[in-house]
Write a protein that binds this ligand. Structure first.
Ligand code: AMP
Length: 181
């Protein structure tokens, strides 16, 4: 049996109550990825379903999606493409607004980062409502790419994000779940 079979990833994820605001249980994966076995197990388990899949590019969402997505891309032998918050990417971008509890936010991708027909694996640390990932999926699709799957370490199933992505026709892969929000 390998470390990825016996490691309980949840035990490595720190919960910080009332961050960034009262009532939110922040599931902090920095304690998981700071651990050498935790990081390796997380990356191995995230990419496992896609080892033999046809993937052309791995896309990660700022900021923890960069760490995990970069490692997944490296292991799969593919390139990495960042999706960033608005105004951060230096080249010409396309952007997508998405709804927050109060107001909206915007994520962007370089307009030439995804080639038409590219099969893409999307990575982030956590899915809650799915709004951020849905905006990422829109950007990939508007770039001409096909989203093969979206993979996350943490699912908060009570917030319905994974179901939201499945309704968009995206395969969703998650490693652990926490109740509540
Ligand atoms: P959502 O768009 O609602 O699916 O939120 C997902 C994004 O917000 C991810 O990039 C997460 O890193 C972050 N996020 C949302 N809720 C939490 C939480 N409870 N703990 C840690 N990160 C969160």
């Amino acid at each position: 049996m390998t470390a990825t079979h016996i490691l309980d990833l949840k035990k490595f994820i720190r919960t910080i109550p009332d961050h960034p605001k009262p009532g939110i249980q922040f599931r902090d994966v920095t304690t998981l990825i700071a651990d050498p076995v935790g990081l390796r197990a997380s990356v191995d388990l995230l990419l496992r379903p896609y080892i033999t899949a046809h993937i052309d590019a791995v896309v990660g969402i700022e900021a923890r999606g960069f760490i995990l997505g970069g490692a997944v891309a490296h292991e799969l032998g593919r390139g990495f493409v960042p999706i960033r918050k608005k105004g951060k990417l230096p080249g010409k971008t396309i952007g997508q607004d998405y709804q927050l509890e109060y107001g909206t936010d915007r994520v962007e991708i370089h307009e030439d980062a995804i080639k038409k027909g590219d099969r893409v694996l999307l990575i982030d640390d956590l899915i809650a409502t799915g709004g951020t990932a849905e905006a990422g999926i829109e950007l990939i699709r508007r770039s001409g790419g096909e989203v093969v799957a979206a993979a996350f370490i943490v699912d908060l199933p009570d917030l319905g994000g994974a179901e939201r992505l499945r309704k968009l026709g995206v395969d969703v892969h998650m490693l652990v779940e926490f109740e509540g929000d």
